[in-house]
Design a protein around this ligand. Structure first.
Ligand code: K7E
Ligand code: CUA
Length: 661
């Protein structure tokens, strides 16, 4: 069929018939007649058409960026293509996830157990807030991702070779956290900041003893890149006053070696609205300022090496007095109820939002250093030196109501989320960034409305030393009227924003509902920096050890069942479309050790392994080996079958598990 092309003028007429094209809009070329008909029929504006063609991903093409997003209280991590905003994967992290067989019998059970409470009590969910990608020289290197669990003060390590969780560590001295995970520019440390103060080790203490016994505690988890694990024995913590330390960011470039966290509740409010005390929301906002915490983590590292620590619950802790004496910790005031602390790409400035102040405050690292060198600083009640606000501040920019988080692009612009205004503010950085855009430094350029109540904001390669620009994603808390009504619990709304043009040309491109939790932060990495496996590198690959498993079997004739006393050990081979062996006959009470190896080498030829009645479900990706171990304490006739539709004879991929009474 011949395709009719509609001349531009006619298209412009069609568009103007249903909307007001903005004057900035220019048209060129021809639009196919059938597409023009759709535009007319749906009443799409030129902005709509622009947004559609910017985000549409033809089949077979892949996104240039990948967003790693927190999965909020689902305890998981989302992997999303940008700009198509297609969900590619939901990684099981703190919560068992059956599709990946995560927490249903394989080695991942041990990963989840690594994050249980010290007494062994199970934790089967998490409140994930801030994913952070591993960095080399301040650039995302595509190797690992880290994320915190605010609810229980835990940290997880995800390998970006197979996008699976490899480790969860429970903080031995903190019961909740918030300012994590944040990496140092070479991922020497993954940092977990505190939040609501508690005695170290969350031991019991009454709230009357708040100032003496309650503490903040920041954790520097040492990351071993070769092992792909954090090493608790090389990690340390710094004791802090019981202010509620909040969001953090590592210095880089000129400020490499330093670390910054905002805080709130310097008032040390302890709540008790039911006793006639001011509620927390008022008590924590009585003062006009809180403290930006400024850490010299390289000095802290030296203090640890010099043994200036106390070991508490197996973790090295730098006591507050040591941190003060060694020049590890400084404060500077920050305006009312701050949130977010974000370091500029070159490390020159730290930007802090003031939830209850219309400004962002920009601190100069150079000025902070001058003030520290000059000395003679007064202290807070705990003896921490305080740099006066006018000695640390470079600028304040008035943006609007409820500034929270700030990200950066390649053109010297900063983007701040305005929670109360439901907007993204684009503003200019000054100093070395001044020449990168047409506007003068430290000025508001545009406010773009988003829908609604934006929390975090993230930009392409935005936390690196060299952001990409192109896209920002607004992570909105409320969606209200944006999507079809599916009941009173509404999805979140991720909104993709085009930031490719300078000036007031930011445009909203796409609304993506997140119908599973409230994600907080996300990072966006260039897709070509990732080097994930297509299939596991060798047959018999154990994803936990990232090497061939000694119990893997590589050919069907190696498959076998052996009995030693009441222990039955099974070596099973898995391939389209059968398990070998297909019959397992044992006795009630036997202890079963079952090794499974997928000998598939074809991309996407994944098999499942579901053992009915025993709460076991594995995902065996090509080449993967897994071991399950359990007591066969239920007699009966059971089946195991494949849960992935792997071939035309997938339904026949089954076996009998007979447990004789
Ligand atoms: Cu602002 Cu946890 Cu980063 Cu939520 S936090 S938004
Ligand atoms: Cu294997 Cu279905």
């Amino acid at each position: 069929m011949k395709r009719f092309l509609i001349p531009v003028l006619l298209l412009a007429f069609l568009l103007s018939a249903c909307s007001q094209p903005s004057p900035a809009q220019q048209t060129s070329g021809d639009i196919p007649a059938d597409a023009a008909a759709v535009i007319a029929e749906r009443g799409l504006t030129p902005d709509d058409v622009y947004a559609a063609v910017k985000t549409y991903m033809p089949t077979g093409q892949t996104d240039p960026y990948i967003m790693i997003a927190s999965g909020g209280q689902s305890g998981q991590v989302l992997v999303i293509g940008v700009p198509s905003m297609r969900i590619l994967k939901i990684i099981g992290v703190f919560t068992p996830e059956p599709w990946q067989g995560y927490g249903y019998g394989g080695s991942s059970d041990e990963v989840l157990k690594g994050g249980y409470m010290p007494d062994g009590s199970a934790l089967t969910w998490g409140d994930t807030h801030h994913p952070n990608l591993s960095e080399t020289k301040g650039e995302y290197d595509g190797e690992f991702a880290f994320i915190n669990d605010k609810a229980n003060a835990r940290l997880a390590v995800i390998s970006l070779r197979d996008f699976e969780t490899k480790q969860i560590v429970k903080n031995p001295n903190a019961i909740n956290d918030h300012g994590g995970a944040f990496v140092t520019p070479n991922t020497e440390y993954v940092i977990e900041g505190p939040q609501y103060a508690a005695p170290i080790g969350w031991e019991y203490a009454t709230l009357d003893e708040y100032q003496e016994k309650y503490r903040g505690l920041i954790t520097f988890w040492k990351f071993d890149r070769v092992e792909g694990r954090v090493d608790p024995s090389q990690s340390f913590q710094i004791e802090l006053p019981p202010y509620w330390q909040d969001l953090c960011d590592a210095g880089k470039g000129v400020s490499d070696g330093w670390f910054f966290c905002n805080s709130f509740n310097v008032e040390m409010a302890t709540g008790g609205v039911e006793l006639g005390n001011p509620p927390f929301e008022a008590g924590t906002a009585r003062g006009d300022t809180d403290y930006l915490h400024i850490f010299n983590w390289k000095k802290a590292d030296e203090a640890v090496q010099a043994g200036q620590t106390e070991t508490i619950n197996g973790m090295k802790v730098i006591r507050l007095q040591t941190a003060i004496d060694e020049g590890i910790l400084y404060f500077t005031p920050e305006p009312k109820s701050p949130h977010g602390s974000d370091v500029t790409p070159g490390g020159e400035y730290v930007v802090v939002g003031g939830k209850l102040d219309p400004h962002v405050t920009i601190y100069s690292f150079a000025k902070i250093q001058e003030a520290i060198q000059a000395g003679g600083l007064s202290t807070d009640v705990f003896g921490v030196p305080v740099i006066p606000l006018d000695s640390s501040t470079e600028a304040q920019v008035e943006l609007g109501l409820g500034p929270l988080h700030t990200v950066f692009d390649d053109k010297g612009y900063a983007y701040t989320s305005l929670f109360l205004d439901s907007a993204v503010a684009r503003w200019t950085l000054g100093g070395p960034y001044d020449d990168k855009n047409p506007e003068p430094g430290w000025t508001l350029v545009q406010k773009l409305g988003v829908h609604y109540n934006i929390g975090h904001i993230t930009a392409a390669e935005g936390d690196t030393a060299s952001p990409d620009g192109q896209y920002v994603v607004a992570l909105n808390k409320w969606s209200s009227d944006r999507f079809a009504n599916v009941g009173p619990l509404l999805p979140q709304n991720f909104q993709l924003i085009d930031i490719s043009r300078t000036g007031d040309q930011m445009k909203l491109l796409y609304d993506m509902p997140i119908g599973m939790a409230e994600p907080h932060y996300a990072q966006i990495i260039k897709a070509d920096k990732l080097k994930p496996f297509e299939v596991y590198p060798e047959v018999g690959w154990n994803p936990e050890t990232m090497s061939v498993d000694p119990n893997a079997v590589t050919t069907p004739d190696q498959a076998r069942v052996e009995r030693r006393g009441n222990t039955v050990e099974i070596w099973m081979v898995v391939v389209r479309s059968h398990y070998t062996p297909e019959r397992i006959e044992i006795k009630k009470g036997d202890h079963v050790i079952w090794h499974l190896t997928s000998i598939e080498r074809t991309r996407d030829a994944t098999h499942g392994f579901a053992l009915s009645g025993y709460n076991i479900n594995l995902s065996l990706e090509p080449g993967e080996a897994q071991t399950i171990e359990f007591d066969a304490d239920m007699a009966g006739t059971f089946t195991y079958y494949c849960t992935e539709f792997c071939s035309a004879l997938h339904l026949e991929m089954v076996g009998y598990f007979l447990v004789e009474p």
